[in-house]
Design a protein around this ligand. Structure first.
Ligand SMILES: [Zn+2]
Length: 309
């Protein structure tokens, strides 16, 4: 949509109140005008007694414009949701719950944290289709910390006190396309082949630094570039840039990542943001759970892995 706000001021003008947000949701749900999700009748009216709810003229079914979105049933104002999603989608480093709490003047840190957690759910599966064409694949280690520890140091493929991360970058001409990241247990062939199988299309060409474990990954052509570690950034420039950005982001936003069950969700957040760096509007809609695919004017809530088309 070309009218997506490009600045905070534009955003404020576009979504000044609950009514403006509700109209936007109605338009997203019914781009060609109201259509009943139960009987497909195209006549209905907005109820004056129930906020943001439409009633079908034929079967009487009532449909809220927030049904199926992350906002449904929430006590928070739609404007708060819209602001939070906009800040999260457009701020290049993202927003922590603490930042949202302050920026939006929310009542408690806990409600900011819950708001954040709900929006982040849309980031769970960064993309549906695997990477294609020529894909750089590499691994790196990043320091992790416990609550009390400073980040640990170290170099090379040994990874004591570090998180081992596999990354993949699709090459589109002279620029990076989409990316993927995953925490991995080790640098073995089994692990790296599984990473490639999960993230790279069959028939793609995988470009690596020649680490022997990459050899023989099924379904892809392998293009090893055996180099000394000093020149790796020349051979695999995009994965190196990806890892550098990831490390800077992890330090800047989270003061270093922690090992544990949330680790992959941090990677997913980074990947979500990276892959939508040129399509902030799509990111905004994905975060709010506004259906990315609207077929036959029937609004479909995408949940789970499909939620972030
Ligand atoms: Zn109906």
């Amino acid at each position: 949509m070309s009218d997506f706000p490009r600045s905070l001021l534009e955003f404020q003008r576009r979504f000044p109140d609950e009514r403006a947000c509700a109209s936007y949701l109605a338009k997203a749900r019914w781009p060609d005008g109201f259509r009943c999700p139960a009987c497909a009748h195209d006549k209905g009216w907005e109820l004056s007694t129930k906020a943001f709810t439409w009633e079908c003229a034929s079967c009487g079914k009532q449909t809220s414009v927030t049904a199926g979105t992350v906002m449904h049933g929430s006590k928070l104002d739609l404007t708060v949701w819209f602001w939070a999603a906009y800040l999260m989608a457009t701020h290049s480093n993202g927003m922590s719950a603490r930042q949202l709490w302050r920026q939006l003047g929310l009542g408690s840190y806990k409600s900011a944290w819950l708001l954040c957690a709900k929006l982040r759910r849309a980031m769970v599966a960064p993309d549906r289709s695997p990477l294609q064409g020529v894909v750089e694949v590499d691994e790196t280690t990043i320091p992790y910390r416990s609550n009390d520890d400073p980040p640990a140091g170290g170099r090379g493929r040994s990874h004591d006190g570090k998180i081992l991360v596999a990354g993949a970058v699709e090459i589109e001409g002279r620029a990076p396309g989409r990316v993927r990241l995953a925490a991995i247990a080790d640098g073995s062939a089994a692990t790296l082949h599984a990473f490639i199988a999960a993230n790279v299309s069959a028939g793609a060409t995988v470009k690596t630094d020649g680490w022997p474990a990459y050899q023989g990954a099924p379904g892809v052509s392998h293009e090893p570039h055996v180099v000394g570690s000093m020149a790796a950034h020349l051979v695999l420039p995009w994965t190196h840039r990806l890892f550098a950005n990831l490390k800077r982001w992890a330090l800047g936003v989270y003061h270093g990542l922690r090992r544990g069950k949330h680790l992959q969700s941090y990677f997913n957040e980074f990947v979500f943001r990276f892959n939508r760096r040129k399509t902030r509007h799509a990111a905004f809609r994905s975060l709010l759970g506004i259906g990315a695919t609207i077929k036959n004017s029937t609004y479909k809530m995408l949940t789970g892995p499909e939620a972030t088309v």
